[in-house]
Design a protein. Structure first.
Length: 213
């Protein structure tokens, strides 16, 4: 298993991105999360603002955003700002396909860690895929969200977590025809209130080493 791809799905506020970075550091491989969007924008000639707006958003939101944006002369869809996609091609599906191609290109370079963006589905046929889902009780997540100053109190943090989870679920389910967060769709599932990054890394190392034997 010389070329492995670790992809991470996560509930909002459970520390999935932080855990992903630590996994990447432990294995000395590249780490990708929102940077995929900017990279896709560069390689496919799409304004980065559009990709940032499309970041794991529900398709209905994307359609509204693209419709409003392309209807104004000062929008990111104004002539000259998009070199590759022609008129009418800026659908949620077009953006998703562009992002998926970037994910595939990145994975061809070698081992890496990717967070979100249905990378587990995009790379489902890769022989070195290890898909992880990280979750945690709402109480644990709310405290973490407040501590990182994304919400003023735990009630607001819980509401924010539910909003983001709903968006991620809708995005994932729409593009994969799977159920986000369901254990059967992942190789490993962790509760980050019980398993910290070090524990997860130790399990991953053991699993990868077993595949090398």
């Amino acid at each position: 298993m010389d070329n492995f791809i670790i992809v991470i799905g996560r509930q909002f506020g459970c520390g999935g991105s932080e855990i992903g970075r630590k996994i990447a550091d432990a294995f000395n491989v590249p780490y990708y999360d929102k940077t995929l969007l900017s990279k896709a924008a560069e390689e496919f000639g799409i304004d980065p603002e559009i990709f940032r707006a499309a970041d794991e958003k529900r398709p209905s939101f994307l359609r509204n955003f693209l419709g409003l944006s392309c209807g104004t002369s000062n929008s990111p869809c104004a002539p000259g700002s998009i070199s590759h996609f022609g008129p009418g091609s800026l659908s949620p599906e077009s953006l998703y396909n562009a992002q998926s191609e970037v994910i595939r290109s990145i994975c061809k370079r070698g081992s890496c860690v990717l967070v979100g963006r249905t990378a587990d589905y995009v790379m489902r046929h890769h022989p070195g895929l290890i898909s992880i889902f990280i979750q945690a009780p709402m109480e644990h997540r709310s405290k973490k969200i407040v501590n990182r100053k994304d919400a003023p109190d735990e009630a607001s943090a819980a509401a924010l977590a539910k909003k983001h989870d709903k968006g991620r679920e809708s995005y994932y389910n729409y593009f994969t025809n799977r159920n986000w967060g369901t254990a059967e769709n992942y190789h490993l599932c962790f509760d980050s209130s019980r398993f910290d990054a070090d524990a997860i890394i130790a399990l991953l190392k053991s699993y990868i080493n077993s595949k090398k034997d």
